[in-house]
Design a protein around this ligand. Structure first.
Ligand code: UTP
Length: 286
C-alpha cells in the first residue's frame, strides 16, 4: 500500500526553549527565512505524501495561520504589484492538505500519535518529528518510503551516534539485511554507552503500520509519566518485523537553543544570498 499520509508531531511544550516558548511555538522559530516546521512539511510533500496530520496544542495557533491563506496579505501584495512574492505566498498555502489535531494534554509523543488512530485507519503511514531537520539530496522520508516499498514493513530512520550522545537516543540491536538496511532485533532506550547494542540511534522519521496504535493503547505511562513511542515500538517489535534504515544526509537537532543556532549557521552559510557575507562576519568575529 502506498504511503500517502504523514503525521507531524508538533504539540510538545518546548521547555528547553523557555521563556520564548511561553507564547511562541518552537516550530515557528526561523531557520534562515523559513520556520522550522516548513522543512518537515516540504520534506513530506517532496516524498510524495498527500495528506498531513499536524498534532498541535494550546499556544500553537501560529502554525495553522502560517500555512493558511491570507487574503489580506495577498490583496496588499497585489496592490503593490509584488507579483513574485504574491505567487510564493499562494504556493505556500497550497503546499499540501494539512489537517490539524489538538493534543489537549501533553502526555507524550505516543499519546500525540494515538490521536490520529481513526483518521489514519488501516494503512501504513509516516511520522516526522520537526525538531530533526535532515539535509539530503533525496528527502529522508522518501528514502524510508523506498525501503518500505521493498520490504512492506515498519521502517525507522537511524544514524550513527557518538558514545557521549547515546544516552539521548533509542539504540537498536541490528541484524544487517542489505546495504544500510537492518532488521531491529531489540531497541534500548537511552543506554549507557557500555550497554548499547550498537551505535545506531533512532531519529525523528518513521514509517509504521497501524498496529502501532494497538501497541500505544496497551503500554503504561513510562518516563516522566508520558506515553512513550519507544515503549510502543518495543512492543511492536514482538509482533511485527521492524527495519531500520541508515539514511543518506545530514541531520540537525534543532530541539535545543544551541542545536537550533548551529543549524541556523550551517544553513545560512549555504544560502547563496547571505552565506559569503556571514562567513566573512564569523571570520572577523573569531
Ligand atoms: P520532545 O521530547 O523534544 O519534547 O518531543 P518537547 O516538548 O518538544 O520539547 P522539550 O523537551 O519540552 O524542550 C519530541 C517530539 O514529540 C512531540 C514534540 O512536539 C516533538 O516533536 N510531543 C511531545 C508531542 O507532540 N506531545 C507531547 O506530549 C510530547
Amino acid at each position: 500500500m502506498k504511503i500517502r499520509k504523514a503525521v507531524i508531531v508538533a504539540a510538545g511544550r518546548g521547555t528547553r526553549f523557555l521563556p520564548i516558548t511561553r507564547s511562541q511555538p518552537k516550530e515557528m522559530l526561523p531557520l534562515v527565512n523559513k520556520p522550522l516546521i516548513q522543512y518537515s512539511v516540504e520534506e513530506a510533500v517532496n516524498s510524495g505524501i498527500e495528506q498531513i496530520f499536524m498534532i498541535t496544542a494550546m499556544g500553537k495557533r501560529a502554525i495553522e495561520d502560517y500555512f493558511d491563506r491570507s487574503f489580506e496579505l495577498e490583496y496588499v501584495l497585489e496592490q503593490k504589484r509584488e507579483t513574485k512574492l504574491l505567487q510564493e505566498m499562494r504556493q505556500l498555502s497550497n503546499l499540501v492538505d494539512i489537517c490539524y489535531i489538538r493534543q489537549k494534554e501533553q502526555l507524550g509523543l505516543g499519546h500525540a500519535i494515538l490521536a490520529t488512530k481513526d483518521i489514519i485507519g488501516e494503512e501504513p503511514f509516516a511520522i516526522l518529528l520537526p525538531d530533526d531537520i535532515i539535509d539530503s539530496k533525496v528527502p529522508a522520508l522518501g528514502q524510508l518510503i523506498e525501503v518500505y516499498e521493498q520490504h512492506k514493513t515498519n521502517v525507522l530512520a537511524v544514524e550513527r551516534i557518538s558514545r557521549q550522545d547515546m544516552m539521548k537516543y533509542g539504540i537498536i540491536e541490528p541484524k544487517k539485511v542489505s546495504e544500510s538496511v537492518y532488521q531491529v532485533l531489540s531497541l534500548v532506550e537511552k543506554p549507557e554507552p557500555t550497554e548499547a547494542p550498537s551505535d545506531l540511534g533512532v531519529v525523528g522519521r518513521y514509517i509504521l503500520t497501524p498496529q502501532i496504535f494497538d501497541a500505544i493503547e496497551v503500554i503504561p505511562s513510562g518516563k516522566n509519566q508520558e506515553i512513550q513511542l519507544t515503549d510502543a515500538l518495543q512492543l511492536l517489535l514482538k509482533q511485527q518485523t521492524v527495519y531500520a534504515y541508515e539514511f543518506e544526509g545530514v541531520r540537525y537537532d534543532t530541539g535545543t537553543p544551541l542545536g537550533w543556532l548551529k543549524t541556523t549557521v550551517a544553513f545560512a552559510l549555504k544560502n547563496p544570498d547571505i552565506g559569503a557575507e556571514l562567513r566573512e562576519y564569523l571570520r572577523q568575529l573569531l
